[in-house]
Design a protein around this ligand. Structure first.
Ligand SMILES: C[S@@+](CC[C@H](N)C(=O)[O-])C[C@H]1O[C@@H](n2cnc3c(N)ncnc32)[C@H](O)[C@@H]1O
Length: 298
């Protein structure tokens, strides 16, 4: 378990770089669990609901609804993949990675045990999941455990995507993000959208992103609009991401939100980061407002 003293401060936000790129996800879950990191739990029900809507769109368009391709941006160890493809909850993952059963395993032994664990829990209807993250060890774990159907340790903030990544994301139906906006900007989205829309049918994906309330989504939604995507913010809801690690983090975020004129009562005031949810869709697929689309899972 990572010592709290090694969680250093940067721009007010705790820096968890050390746990983002371990050999396996134990440290990630055990450290973030201390702060009740929970945005993938919201992601699970929202993304599953969007996947279902996309399957229906495909069926209407005469395409095979069983073939749904998702790109998880900032995929880390494949946490959203675990929750989208398997009959599991985030609590199940916290329980597994904090258990005595896996505590004594080597990284390699855990990969093997996890591959079997996830295989047994696969859902019949599950998307094909491509992950992108800069954390090489985390992505490698995600691929070897079978959580990710393909994974790429690439930094699109700085580099052009490799041809292999471009081919893997071409024609994708949905891009998902939890906990990643701010680490990735419009640069990453522009490069991904270029490659996704380069598929044979030139289809444009939906983009679904949870974004901390003090982090702007404006540049990203503006970049997405160049591909014909219309972005809506789910205005009725915010989603808990995790508790603040300490007063420095809390004061920083409350200060930023005050400057933005955002009311923090009952939300960040209570000691939690809150995220907004944004959905971007091609105009002709955006007839049902996001509020109505997601109402059953809110
Ligand atoms: C808070 S974690 C979120 C991980 C996962 N989506 C989740 O919700 O559990 C942030 C992730 O962003 C990744 N990241 C940071 N900079 C990145 C970049 N330039 N491109 C892709 N991923 C990046 C980190 O390696 C880390 O896995």
């Amino acid at each position: 378990m990572q010592d709290r003293d090694t969680v250093h401060q940067k721009s007010g936000k705790a820096n968890f770089d050390l746990i983002y790129d371990s050999e396996d996800p134990r440290e990630y879950f055990n450290t973030l669990g201390e702060f009740d990191y929970c945005v993938p739990r919201h992601g699970q029900r929202v993304f599953r609901s969007l996947a279902q809507s996309l399957r229906e769109e495909k069926e209407r368009g005469g395409d095979d609804p069983r073939e749904l391709d998702v790109v998880d941006v900032c995929c880390s160890y494949g946490i959203n993949a675990a929750l989208l493809k398997h009959d599991l909850t985030l609590d199940d993952l916290y329980a597994r990675y904090g258990s005595a059963e896996v505590a004594g395993l080597s990284g390699e032994e855990l990969v093997e045990a996890d591959a079997a664990f996830y295989r047994e829990r696969q859902m019949g209807e599950r998307p094909n999941l491509v992950g992108v993250d800069i954390a090489q060890n985390a992505v490698s774990y995600g691929v070897r455990s079978g959580l990710l159907d393909a994974g790429f340790a690439e930094n699109l903030e700085e580099d052009e995507p490799t041809g292999e990544l471009g081919r893997a994301v071409a024609g994708a139906d949905l891009l998902t993000v939890t906990g990643g906006i701010g680490y990735v900007s419009e640069r990453t989205f522009g490069k991904l959208l270029d490659r996704v829309t380069a598929g044979p049918e030139g289809s444009v994906p939906w983009v679904a992103a949870f974004t901390l309330r003090w982090v702007s989504y404006e540049e990203i939604s503006s970049a997405l609009s160049e591909y014909g995507l219309v972005t809506e913010k789910l205005s009725s809801h915010t989603f808990t991401q995790r508790r603040f690690t300490d007063d420095t983090e809390r004061d920083y975020v409350l200060g930023e939100l005050a400057n933005m004129g955002v009311d923090t009562a009952g939300k960040e005031d209570e000691g939690w980061y809150h995220a907004n949810f944004y959905l971007s869709r091609p105009a002709d697929e955006a007839k049902t407002p996001v509020q109505e689309l997601l109402a059953p899972v809110l």
